[in-house]
Structures are given as C-alpha cells and as structure tokens.
Design a protein around this ligand. Structure first.
Ligand code: PLP
Length: 374
C-alpha cells in the first residue's frame, strides 16, 4: 500500500509511472453484462433480494461451474457473496473458533491471514518453493496439520506466484484433508487464467470430493467485474446454511443490480472472456521473455493468474531486500511493483501484467536500466 500511495503521489505530479501493481484486469466489463445491469435498473430490480442471492443466479452459478469446471452442485449449496473476499470471509467466520488453525500456503494472498486472525484463529504457513514452481504439495500440508487444524486453503492459480497445482497433486491434497477430517477451501478466483499445458480445473470435479470441500469463486477477474462485487461459495448444505445466517446479519444481500449483471455473465456468451484471456497469454509470454533477459532477476514460469513473481538478487548474488528494491525502483525509474514481503516471500517482486504490451515494454526497459546499473 505504501508503494502504491507513493506511486499515486508521483502521478499527481505529472510523472509517468509504469504501474505493475494492479491486482485487477485492465479491461472494461463486457458490454452485454453492463446492458443487463442497465436493464435491471430500468425494470426497477432495486429491492432487497434473498440473502443467498436470487434463485436464478444461484442456479446459474451451479450450472456455470458444472459446465466449465465439471462439478455438480445445487442452488441450496450456493451462496452469492459480495466478491470472492466475502466468500472467504463467510467461510472462515463460520468455521473458525478461537485457537483453531488454518493452513495457508506461502506466498499467500494478503487477506487470508488477516481474516483468520479476525476470526480468532491462527494462520499456519506452508512454504512453497521457487524450485518447485511454488506448487503446494500434500506432504507439506500434512506436516503442518495438528489436532487444531480446521481448514487448509489452496489457491490455484495463485496470487501472487501464478502457480497452478496440477490435478493429481490437488487430488492428493484433498486426500490428506479427508484423512485428517479437515476442510479444504479452494479459492478459484483465477480459475480461468491458465496458460500453456495448464487448463481450468476444479477439485470439485473429482467424484466424492464435495463432502469436505468448499469452493470460493469470484466473477471479479474472469469477467473484469472487480467493482461490481460478486462471488460465491459452493459447499455442503449445513455449512451453506451457517454462511447464509452470517450474511443475513452483515451484508444482507449482494447489490440487486449486480446480481442481474452476474446472471448475464454466467449465462451469456463467454467470447469476450476468451479474447481477454488470449491477450493475457500474449502479455505473459512477452513479460517472461523480457524479465529473463534482465540481470539479477530469476523468474519461474507462472502457469496462471496475471502475475509473475521473480526473485531478485544483489550484485554479489545474494537475496535482495525487496522492500528497498521496490522503493528504489519507484524513486529512480518510476516503476511500481509490490515487494514479496507483503505476501510472506521476501526477496521477490510481484509484477502484474494486467496492463498493455506497450506499458509492459516501457516497464521492462526501465527495469533493465535499473538492474544493469553498475
Ligand atoms: N482470492 C484471491 C487469491 C485474490 O487475489 C482476490 C483478489 O485479488 C480475491 C480472492 C478476491 O477477489 P474479489 O473479492 O474481488 O472477488
């Protein structure tokens, strides 16, 4: 946040900052989705809705998930939430009591540990490694379990690393969770952002997976709808009921107009999503090649999301202080990145390619200038 505020100040002074910070698509929400919202307004769909969402939308979430990711949920197992963040918040608040442990793979999305702490729980981190493309492994998860563990979080494709857990490895993680009677919370926020050999995959597609599984999903990234605030959970009915109770005393319901837009997103054509994903794929190859040509930067190949997460080295080959590097990059080159420290991974930088190829090129030029300096 400090870096982004600093970048904002520079911009206000008219300085051309290359911003590799954003955690959101640079595309506009597709037109047919916007039009559905306008229609909903014209039709005065502006009243309270059921807490868990309008029934056609709960059905559409289940249908979309079944069609795209091979699951088989019913609307009574679905809650429409105000974004993927509230989906995760509802799960943690409903399941975690004081002292309960939640296993979180590191590097992690910044909100997981704070939500767990807010619920009175204890985050327990499992380190994933550059050398293993930051893949979460069942053996590492199992080592972190204690009698107090209630949830294991998996986030694939991952923010910040872009790592994708292959289906076989994911199945093993589910197996470990089952064996030990803990919930697996799969955050599928970036489900469709996969490249190369990786394909969109949900662990919910495995037969018999549903019993100990919770899916947290979001329309934010897939449909370029970050500001609309809509996501969902898919989970066994009893837990779904608990989350509806919680939501009924907090947000009440997701904005009615947003729900109608979401209905169109899930039921309508996916063509524009395909166009956006093809552009992300192009940028990913471009930035990866560019970064790998820069001295002192080592970059694993991310198979998903829209981030690269390179390791940065000092001039004598040691691990660089990524907070200091981030500051200097901003001050000297006007390039904004996020230090890995924010995600529990010092020595790394998170670089988002949710920006145009032209801006990526300008950023690469400046990064090269910075890291090539004597
Ligand atoms: N999960 C991950 C891994 C994320 O990176 C984000 C947002 O950046 C979210 C969930 C939540 O997204 P939203 O609340 O916008 O749907």
């Amino acid at each position: 946040m400090a870096v982004l505020m600093e970048a904002e100040k520079l911009r206000a002074r008219g300085i051309d900052v290359v911003d590799f910070g954003p955690g959101e698509p640079d595309f506009a929400t597709p037109d047919h989705i916007k039009k559905a919202a306008i229609r909903a307004l014209d039709e005065n769909r502006t009243k309270y809705t059921p807490t868990a969402g309008i029934m056609p939308l709960r059905q559409a979430v289940c249908d979309w998930h079944a069609k795209n990711l091979g699951s088989s949920y019913e609307p009574k197992e679905c809650v429409v939430t105000a974004g993927g963040k509230i989906a995760i918040f509802n799960v943690i608040l409903s399941l975690i009591n004081a002292g309960d442990e939640v296993v979180i793979p590191a590097p992690y999305w910044v909100s997981y540990p704070d939500i767990v702490k807010f619920a009175g729980g204890k985050p327990v981190f499992v380190q994933t490694l550059d050398s293993d493309n930051f893949c979460l492994r069942a053996a590492a998860v199992e080592k972190a379990l204690t009698p107090k563990t209630r949830i294991v979080i998996a986030n694939s494709p991952n923010n910040p690393t872009g790592a994708v857990i292959p289906p076989e490895a994911f199945a093993k993680i589910l197996g470990v969770c089952r064996k030990h009677g803990v919930w697996l919370l799969s955050d599928e926020c970036y489900s469709h952002f996969t490249y190369g050999k990786a394909k969109p995959f949900s662990i919910a597609s495995l037969p018999g997976a549903k019993e100990t599984l919770i899916i947290a999903g979001s329309l934010s990234k897939t449909f370029a709808m970050t500001g609309w605030r809509v996501g969902y959970t898919l989970s066994p009915e009893a837990l779904t009921g608990a989350m509806i109770k919680l939501q009924s005393q907090s947000v009440s319901n997701v904005t009615s107009i947003t729900q109608h837009a979401a209905l169109e997103a899930l039921r309508g054509p996916m063509d524009s999503v395909g166009v956006m994903l093809a552009e992300y794929a192009r940028r990913r190859s471009h930035i990866l090649a560019g970064l790998r040509a820069i001295p002192r930067i080592e970059c694993t190949e991310p198979e998903g999301a829209f981030y690269v997460f390179p390791k940065v080295k000092t001039k004598d080959g040691g691990i660089a202080d990524s907070v200091a590097v981030t500051r200097e990059l901003l001050e000297r080159e006007y390039v904004a990145v996020v230090p890995g420290d924010a995600f529990g991974a010092p020595g790394h930088l998170r670089i988002s390619y949710a920006t145009s190829i032209e801006r990526i090129d300008e950023g690469l030029r400046r990064l090269n200038h910075f890291f090539s300096a004597a």
